[in-house]
Design a protein around this ligand. Structure first.
Ligand code: GLU
Length: 446
């Protein structure tokens, strides 16, 4: 059977690392199935809240997914599907599965306080269910429009085999009948989401564990809508390095990663494995991550997101990137040999430009001791016979001067690059070229 997953962000802000992770896992789940029996990863824009939803966020969500390489196989927008929700609502209303309520927010709050004060769980008392027709009419006569609750079936025990958490059981009597529609006719998230999952044929709902109790309620909604519920899996939340839910993570998104020079592949590699029993590895080939993706490896403990770990994964990925993958992001004139020479010295791709400048020059060598200057002069002369062969040059210079180790190599590196450290000189020298190298050695020789 084709696996259909969906990522359902509300366009009320930018994606953050937590929902990027959810999107990625849904993408991986669908991709893995694609290779077997077929899979689709859908983007569902949850924009029923017209006031808070913004078009610029819809566009940013698409752009971020695109940058990460998580390309949806289809997109739906809840704001264009309102007729479906109305139809489902009317059906549930006719069956008595949604009912009108007239309490104000203050009244509900007071009820909850009283229950809590008596040591009782703050479950909605269903007072609205015992209103008579006349009482309802009177309320509406006073201009009070109802909001609507879904009536949980207290006789229908709720359970599902969660793909990550195992068997989950809920007693519906211990849950409040959820409000599904506000007095102004607008929708809360729960019912439209269930309607969409049915209509879009979603087979697997993979989301954060903050949705576990919503799932309990939605399972009864699926039944009430006459549908089988999808498989559910709830992943442990992402926490900061210190092990706490952090505000910072809630606003850490693709722009910040891009600014730090983090490659999308590094984010994907880290988030694919974080919180699972599989090791985080610098895997740039997403198909390897797809292949190894397995909900059974997900743990129940919160996944810890660590910026430094991301930076390490990023650097390791950059060190393995072939020229073709980066060619259009390199300074002009840099060829494959230059990339391969410089690559091991960068942490992020943006560092390349700095290293490339030591090839193109000009370089500023430090002031040299007289003895070093004499050696550099000799090196400049040897260049004419050794060409750009670093090994030949340094062996000849060693023989001529008796110098070795740091005393031999450091002044050469400083004269040729203006730095104490850097890419392998044997690769750099041909990039600098014999004539330019000679000029640099002579300049440093004074
Ligand atoms: N829009 C909901 C959210 O962002 C979707 C949750 C779901 O995956 O069902 O929380």
């Amino acid at each position: 059977m084709t696996v259909i997953t969906r990522f359902a962000p509300s366009p009320t802000g930018r994606l953050h690392v937590g929902n990027i992770r959810t999107a990625l896992h849904n993408w991986l789940l669908a991709k893995k199935a694609k290779e077997q029996a077929g899979g689709r990863f859908l983007l569902r824009i949850d924009d029923t809240d017209a006031e808070r939803s913004r078009e610029e966020y819809v566009e940013a969500i698409r752009a971020d997914l695109d940058w990460l390489g998580l390309i949806p196989d289809g997109e739906e927008r809840q704001s264009e599907r309102l007729a479906l929700y109305d139809a489902a609502f009317e059906k549930l209303k006719a069956e008595g599965r949604v009912y009108p309520c007239y309490e104000t927010a203050q009244e509900l709050d007071l009820k909850r306080k009283i229950q809590l004060g008596r040591g009782l769980p703050p479950i909605y008392d269903r007072a609205a269910l015992s209103l008579t027709d006349a009482e309802r009419k009177a309320k509406e006569g006073e201009g009070i429009a109802p909001h609507w609750r879904f009536k949980l079936d207290h006789e229908e025990a709720i359970s599902w085999d969660d793909g990550i958490r195992g068997v989950q059981k809920f007693d519906p009597a211990q849950l409040s009948d959820p409000v599904v529609r506000r007095a102004d006719g607008s929708w809360l998230y729960m019912l439209p989401s269930a309607v969409d999952d049915v209509d879009m044929g979603v087979t697997d709902v993979l989301r954060g564990e903050d949705h576990v109790s919503n799932t309990a309620v939605q399972i009864q909604m699926f039944t009430a809508l006459g549908a089988q519920h999808p498989r559910f899996a709830h992943e442990a939340l992402l926490v900061g390095r210190e092990g706490k839910l952090s505000k910072r993570l809630g606003s850490l998104g693709c722009d910040a990663f891009r600014e730090r020079g983090i490659e999308p592949a590094a984010i994907v590699a880290l988030l694919a494995r974080l919180g699972t029993s599989q090791p985080v590895e610098p895997i740039a080939d997403a198909s390897v991550l797809v292949e190894s993706f397995d909900l059974a490896t997900f743990g129940r403990a919160p996944a810890r997101f660590d910026d430094e770990e991301l930076a390490r994964v990023n650097t390791a990925i950059v060190h393995g990137l072939p020229f073709d993958a980066v060619a259009n992001r390199l300074p002009s004139g840099m060829d494959e040999a230059a990339w391969l020479a410089i690559r091991p010295n960068v942490e992020v791709l943006d560092d390349v430009a700095d290293w490339w400048s030591i090839v193109t020059g000009p370089v500023q060598a430090p002031a040299m001791e007289a003895e070093d200057q004499a050696n550099l002069r000799q090196a400049a002369e040897l260049l004419s016979t050794c060409g750009d062969d670093w090994k030949a040059l340094t062996s000849a210079l060693k023989e001529a001067t008796g110098r070795k180790g740091k005393a031999l190599f450091l002044p050469l590196r400083q004269a040729l690059t203006g730095r104490d450290h850097g890419p392998d000189m044997a690769s750099l020298l041909p990039l600098i070229g014999v004539d330019e190298a000679k000029a640099r050695l002579e300049r440093a020789a004074g």
